[in-house]
Design a protein around this ligand. Structure first.
Ligand code: DQA
Length: 146
């Protein structure tokens, strides 16, 4: 089954962006890791990143139409985009929200995600392992509902 791993603004700069917060794994390595883990789990993983909100909204609409599971790091949009939240609320498959850093241990404005209330679950603070764990969960969930 197809699973979308969608990433919001600035995540394309992983590997050089605030490495003390986000680690040294590059975005290209993250893509490879997600696709490889997906292959092991029997999932067709499509990984995307955008700095344009309308583009993410379009991808979420397509995932909703397909009923596909989504692993989403909404990045800064987590904290204020009602449009991203509303698009997430339309999803029919599971939605796992991932944050590389522990948003609760950072600045106050990062403590709240407007997306979390419409997510199936949230993983934060586990670095890029969060994506791996999210994909494992999606695979287990799909197997359980087969
Ligand atoms: C992030 C946390 C957000 O607060 C931040 O704006 C990001 C990345 C994370 O993965 O830890 O861009 O979502």
């Amino acid at each position: 089954m197809r699973v979308y791993v969608l990433n919001g603004p600035n995540l394309g700069r992983l590997g050089t962006r605030q490495v003390e917060v986000y680690g040294v794994t590059s975005y290209a390595d993250l893509v490879t890791m997600c696709v490889d883990v997906g292959r092991e789990l029997g999932l067709d993983v499509v990984v995307r990143q955008t700095d344009a909100e309308h583009e993410l909204l379009g991808w979420l609409h397509a995932a909703a139409d397909e009923g596909a599971p989504v692993v989403l790091n909404p990045a800064a949009w987590s904290h204020y985009s009602i449009a991203v939240r509303d698009a997430c609320a339309m999803l029919r498959g599971p939605l796992v929200e991932v944050h590389i850093s522990n948003i609760h241990a950072r600045e106050e404005f990062r403590h709240h995600s407007v997306v979390s209330a419409v997510a199936t679950g949230v993983i934060c603070g586990l670095g890029v392992d969060g994506y791996h764990l999210a994909l494992r969960h999606v695979a287990a969930r799909l197997a359980a509902t087969d």
